[in-house]
Design a protein around this ligand. Structure first.
Ligand SMILES: CC(C)(COP(=O)(O)OP(=O)(O)OC[C@H]1O[C@@H](n2cnc3c(N)ncnc32)[C@H](O)[C@@H]1OP(=O)(O)O)[C@@H](O)C(=O)NCCC(=O)NCCS
Length: 155
C-alpha cells in the first residue's frame, strides 16, 4: 500500500540521525559506507556543500538521501529506504526534495553512479528523468561490478 504523499515528512539530516543512517547504510550492500567523521561533516555543513535529507513516515525514520554540490554540478551520493517501506513512494519523494535543493544551491546538472545489477535504483532514477550517460568498468568492489553513470538537467 502506498502511503499518502502528505504523510511522508521530509527534513534536513541532523547530528542525531547519524547513528541510524550509518546502520541503514551498513545493512545495504548498494550504499557507500562512510565513516562517522564524514557523516558528522555532512550534518555540520563542513567540507563540500552537501544536501542531506531524511524521510519520516508515521513518525519513524524511513530513508535518507545525500547529494554534493560543486559549482553548477551536483552528484547524488547516497539514497536508501528501509526495506519494509520499499515501493511506497519514499525514494521518489527523497529524490524530489534533493533535486529541488540542488537546483536552489546553483546546480544545473546532477549525475550519479549505480551498480549495473541494481535494477530497482535504476528504475527510480529513470522515473525521475535520469538518462544513461556511460559506464565505469569495475568501479565497485565487494563484489567487483561496473557502474552505470546517469545524469539529468535541473530543475
Ligand atoms: C532504490 C530505492 C531507494 C527506491 O526506494 P523506494 O522508496 O522503494 O522507491 P519508490 O517507491 O519511491 O519508487 C519510485 C519509482 O522507482 C521505481 N522503482 C522503485 N523500486 C523498484 C523496483 N524494485 N522495481 C521496479 N521499479 C522500481 C518505480 O518506477 C517507482 O515508480 P512508481 O512511483 O510509479 O511506482 C530502494 O529500493 C533502496 O533503498 N534500495 C537499496 C539502496 C540502494 O540501492 N540505493 C541506491 C544506490 S545507487
Amino acid at each position: 500500500m502506498r502511503p499518502d504523499a502528505g504523510a511522508i515528512l521530509l527534513r534536513a539530516m541532523h547530528a542525531d540521525d547519524v547513528e541510524w543512517v550509518m546502520k541503514l547504510a551498513a545493512d545495504l550492500r548498494e550504499t557507500p559506507r562512510w565513516p562517522t567523521s564524514v557523516w558528522q561533516q555532512i550534518v555540520n555543513g563542513q567540507g563540500v556543500q552537501r544536501i542531506a535529507r531524511v524521510a519520516e513516515f508515521d513518525g519513524r525514520r524511513a530513508g535518507f538521501a545525500v547529494a554534493g554540490v560543486v559549482a553548477d554540478g551536483a552528484e547524488l551520493e547516497s539514497i536508501a529506504v528501509v526495506e519494509l517501506w520499499h515501493g511506497r513512494g519514499i525514494g521518489r519523494r527523497l529524490m524530489e526534495v534533493v533535486l529541488a535543493a540542488c537546483f536552489e544551491a546553483g546546480a544545473c546538472r546532477i549525475t550519479l553512479e549505480v551498480r549495473r545489477s541494481n535494477l530497482a535504483a535504476q528504475a527510480l532514477y529513470r522515473a525521475m528523468g535520469f538518462c544513461f550517460a556511460g559506464t565505469r568498468t569495475a568501479y565497485y568492489n565487494d563484489p567487483v561490478e561496473d557502474a552505470l553513470l546517469m545524469e539529468r538537467g535541473l530543475p
